[in-house]
Design a protein around this ligand. Sequence first.
Ligand code: PEP
Ligand code: MG
Length: 312
Amino acid sequence: RNDEANASRFAPALMLDGHRVEVVANIGKLSEAAAAVEAGAEGVGLMRTEFLFLDRDEPASEDEQTEIYCGMIRALNGLPLILRTLDIGGDKLASYITLPKEENPFLGVRGIRLCLQQPDLFLPQLRAIYRAALTGPVRIMFPMISTLEDLRAAKELAETVRAQVGAPPVEIGIMIEVPSSVIMAPELAREVDFFSIGTNDLTQYALAMDRLHPTLGKNVDGLHPAVLRLIDMTVRAAKAAGKWVGVCGGIAGEPLGAALLTGLGVEELSMSLPSVPAVKAHLRKLRFTEAQDMARLALACATAAEVRNLGR
Ligand code: PEP
Ligand code: MG
């Protein structure tokens, strides 16, 4: 089964009735861009740029970042590349970023909030992204958007930098990973080009369970019907505004999760490299209408265990 999936990893995830799902990769460093293509990914749906900033004594410079992003564009050779701007804070901290001590860092100055407070960190990154955009296709994605104000502030900075660099406009999207952004998805959708649902954080914030919690951990399940209903709301809002939706959280890389998300109308699934061949192979065995039926059943479930039983 694994060998079979591996042998067909470059074929698209074309379902039995012709519906096609875009299967892309989550990466964190330059070498993984080429590895993603080799794994059968059709691009990069999430480049976690914070990994360029962690475990070192100073931030990655504008030039250093530009070189890495350009290298990724070259490795992907025309395939899509979504660069997520810095998502530092929460569990991910760098020694050179000084933040006031917080009681609840996952509810604090994290992701886009940190970037908006620290332009010395954010502006060089935006400049690097737009300089890379002069050499090939990239998309920008902002993490931890919880309000329209934060989105508008981030877009305004991006547009200023774009004009300075003289780069072409690029698609700008946001992570949907905070419940408020699901509730406000109709309004947010009007002001972005795409959504990518971060189910790891969306699950922890929806269930109010720390994703790294030592004993709650196993209950922090992205296939919980509460999370699936939030995903359903997000997809509906995006479609009504004519925007596309991806998922880049862990459930996108599980066969059952991939099928349910596809059935809910998600068009792009971004996952860790080892999951790519198996997810593509699994989708190829299903009809889109079957996935839609399963998604409907999942939305009606009362517990995560009931959802997981649908896959048995
Ligand atoms: C997520 O929250 O689902 C996500 C993909 O982002 P990260 O895991 O980097 O927080
Ligand atoms: Mg996240």
